[in-house]
Design a protein around this ligand. Structure first.
Ligand code: PCA
Length: 325
């Protein structure tokens, strides 16, 4: 019996030592609130990896920009301060225009088209990220982007002088071209920005308006379906190269599942969150024909500007996307 106990104790010790030697904790910064569907998907992805690797890689998510603020997440992962993270892809448009492929107004305005555009863009984007020490794991689109205002707006002329919350270069440019005044604010901070009058409008999904309860300050949501920007999950390439082949397979499989679940959630949340805005007291509906026509003209200008800034690579993405129509 004594022998048995000893043996068991020894086995337990060896097992503990083995786990300690190879167990890694990956802190995963997220920019958006814990209840947001991207964050829920990332938490599930983390659990999948933790379970699938038998705890050898334990992923712990940190939503709401609590570990690193949205704008700092990419750098944190590039430099190894965090092994893995999630960020809005087009948030890096100021570094390289190519990152803004998904925020070209009226290029891809449905989930199906967003999927096609991603198929066209994935290879060059994966390469661009690899050059920056980042390995792409998965990407999920936000629901279609519409316009939020405090007061009723029926034309671009009505927008003149309104303070506008932007989240990337394209949204700031949209504000400039509509005569609004852009101020860049992370989604985690918009409730306060609207409550204090720092901004009175934004372009975003129903999902973000719902997450941040913007009906407390804003009254109108116009379903413009201007584009579907993407979040992506990425790992530091040095960290990735140290992962065993077996665990890489687990992470890749969990990433594929997360991408599928995230896409599904994004679609489901489109209707659900727009109803949530209505229930909160907002007027939700399509924009006037005049406003749509004027925004489409601005879209043409922005498409040309993006094609110029992104050069041959940008053109190749758009051509490949058009070829799938
Ligand atoms: N929500 C994010 C990006 C796009 C979206 O729908 C935001 O507003 O910051």
């Amino acid at each position: 019996m004594k022998k048995m106990t000893k043996l068991l104790a020894a086995t337990a010790l060896t097992a503990a030592a083995a786990t300690t030697a190879s167990a890694e904790k990956w802190d995963m910064p997220l920019a958006y609130s814990g209840s947001n569907f991207h964050s829920v998907t990332a938490a599930e992805f983390g659990k999948c990896v933790t379970t699938g690797t038998g705890g050898e890689i334990e992923i712990v998510t940190h939503p709401s920009g609590s570990l690193f603020k949205g704008a700092d997440i990419k750098r944190a992962v590039q430099t190894g301060q965090a092994p893995i993270g999630e960020r809005l892809l087009s948030g890096h448009q100021n570094e390289n225009a190519l990152f803004g492929f998904d925020s070209v107004p009226f290029l891809a305005t449905s989930f199906d088209d967003s999927d096609k555009l991603w198929k066209a863009a994935k290879a060059p984007l994966t390469e661009l990220l690899a050059e920056q020490n980042l390995t792409l794991l998965y990407s999920v689109p936000w629901p279609p982007q519409g316009l939020y205002f405090k007061n009723e707006v029926t034309s671009v002329a009505d927008m003149k002088g309104i303070k506008f919350r932007s989240y990337n270069n394209a949204t700031s440019r949209l504000a400039e071209l509509t005569g609004m005044l852009p101020v860049t604010i992370e989604a985690a901070e918009i409730s306060q920005a609207f409550a204090t009058g720092v901004a009175d409008s934004m372009v975003s999904s129903g999902s973000t308006g719902y997450d941040r309860k913007v009906w407390e300050s804003l009254n109108y949501f116009y379903e413009v379906d201007a584009w579907l920007p993407r979040n992506y999950v990425f790992v530091n390439s040095g960290v990735w190269s140290g992962v065993s082949d077996q665990n890489k397979n687990v992470v890749r499989a969990c990433a594929e599942l997360a991408e599928y679940a995230g896409n599904w959630r994004s679609k489901e949340y489109t209707g659900f969150t727009l109803q949530g805005l209505r229930d909160g007291g907002m007027t939700v509906g399509p924009a006037s024909d005049q406003m749509v026509g004027e925004l489409k003209d601005i879209g043409v200008t922005m498409t040309n500007e993006w094609l110029e800034a992104s050069g041959d690579q940008g053109k190749a993405i758009v051509d490949a996307f058009n070829g799938m129509q």
